[in-house]
Design a protein around this ligand. Structure first.
Ligand code: ZN
Length: 177
């Protein structure tokens, strides 16, 4: 795994790192635990319910989530694989990497998650509704997919200005090296 930065910051659209297919995690050591802990912290600070590694510039297959804000519901999912995606439900979705943009997304209502925990121990979990939606959103991140990829025409028009502003901001930052 690439060495995580000492202090994490949010990678925002249209940063090309959000478009990469991330590599499986192969080492389960203190560095991974440290990264996961910092990701949970940043997710809480940003008031999100999930955060994937590419959103902090680490192109590895892991994400953290917590849809209840209760500390005991913190989850770190490494090398996640979804299956048994069932049902079909529309909901509003945002993304910490695309500030202020919300999109109506159809997602499976329930799914099964097979993943490793931060120590490399396998687990199998089932979720519905918000947690299932969160897992699908975060797994998309690990394959370089974003909520704006499947926007309806109405959402495309509604979010056009915000997306343009983010694109402009990004290109200005790129020049200001
Ligand atoms: Zn996101």
């Amino acid at each position: 795994m690439q060495k995580p930065p000492a202090r994490l910051s949010m990678v925002c659209y249209p940063d090309p790192r959000l478009r990469k297919v991330c590599a499986p995690v192969e080492e389960f050591g203190p560095e991974l635990a440290d990264l996961a802990g910092k990701m949970l912290e940043l997710m809480r600070e940003a008031q999100g319910v999930g955060l994937a590694a590419p959103q902090v510039g680490v192109l590895s297959r892991l994400f953290v989530c917590n849809v209840t804000s209760e500390p005991e519901d913190d989850l770190v999912l490494v090398n996640p694989v979804l299956s048994e995606l069932e049902g079909d439900i529309e909901g509003e979705e945002g993304c910490l990497s695309i500030p202020d943009v919300t999109v109506k997304m159809r997602r499976a209502k329930s799914c099964v998650m097979r993943a490793l925990d931060v120590h490399g121990k396998p687990m199998e979990l089932r979720a519905e509704d918000l947690l299932a939606r969160c897992w699908q959103h975060e797994c998309d991140h690990l394959d370089g997919r974003l909520i704006i990829d499947r926007m309806s025409e109405a959402d495309r028009i509604a979010n056009r200005k915000l997306l343009k502003e983010l694109e402009k901001k990004h290109s200005r930052r790129a020049i200001a090296l």
